[in-house]
Design a protein around this ligand. Structure first.
Ligand code: C5P
Length: 237
């Protein structure tokens, strides 16, 4: 099972990633591996985490032809990861192929990316999309869930309407999280863990707020406390 707080291992190499994992220890069970670490180190770093009993979100952000996406999802399933990401904007044939491929792996969830959290309304026209971000997120989230995806990746600012609009049980995974006291970053649509939880996020992804913290364990504990089930949140958390 993937814990409500997923730590993004955005590191240049295996040694620094595994050093943080060791530092967080048993308190943290769920990690995200994305393009930087995967490209630098290959799947062995994924295997290392999985065989240590951790849950891994392999953030592949797939956007390819259906056969290639299905093959990559299947490879992720064989690695033993629990979550994998695909771009909803790749279209229904791709999303259906991804869901079908994941169905061979009961613990593997397919998450659809809607609009990356560094984009705002004014960035949409240059990529051929009409504002607003909200309209695009709603459209893409509906498409993804209708094609069998288990959840969506969206900012906390979208989580409120996604939680009420999507079927109960849909995973809402929210990056763009900053802890109190953090400086500015390249994320445009940011929120605190408390805001994300209140908005209906089932999981949050936190990278630099923890990895760059002078005390990563303390930062992680603050995020975990904020996401702890108060009895009022989404049943998936
Ligand atoms: O360091 P920070 O907490 O901003 O890291 C956020 C992580 O979430 C990064 O690994 C980034 O790739 C990922 N992510 C995101 N927006 C999405 C999907 C994933 O920021 N829509």
């Amino acid at each position: 099972m993937v814990a409500p707080v997923i730590v993004a291992l955005d590191f240049p190499n295996r040694a620094s990633a595994l050093a943080l994992v060791a530092q967080l220890g048993e308190a943290c069970s769920s990690y995200k591996i994305g393009m930087q670490l995967l490209t630098a180190e290959g799947p062995s770093v994924v295997r290392a985490l999985v065989s240590a009993g951790h849950s891994v979100f392999l953030d592949l952000k797939l956007h390819e032809i259906p056969n290639s996406v299905a093959s990559a999802i299947s490879a992720a399933g064989h690695l033993g990861v629990h979550m994998v990401s695909v771009h909803a904007s790749a279209g229904s044939a791709v999303l259906r192929a991804a869901s079908r491929a994941a169905s061979a792996f009961p613990d593997l969830k397919v998450l659809a990316l809607t609009v990356i959290t560094s984009l705002t309304d004014s960035d949409l026209p240059e990529i051929g999309l009409q504002p607003s971000v909200r309209a695009q997120v709603e459209r893409l989230a509906r498409l993804a869930i209708s094609c069998g995806c288990h959840g969506v990746v969206a900012s906390a600012h979208e989580a409120t309407y996604l939680a009420s609009m999507l079927p109960k049980g849909t995973l809402i995974v929210t990056p763009g999280i900053q802890l109190a006291g953090d400086g500015a970053s390249d994320q445009a649509r940011v929120a605190s863990p408390e805001m994300a939880k209140a908005a209906g996020a089932t999981h949050i992804i936190i990278g630099r707020s923890i990895t760059n913290s002078p005390d990563p364990s303390l930062a992680f504990a603050a995020a975990k406390a904020a996401m702890a089930d108060t009895g009022a949140g989404n049943p998936l958390t």
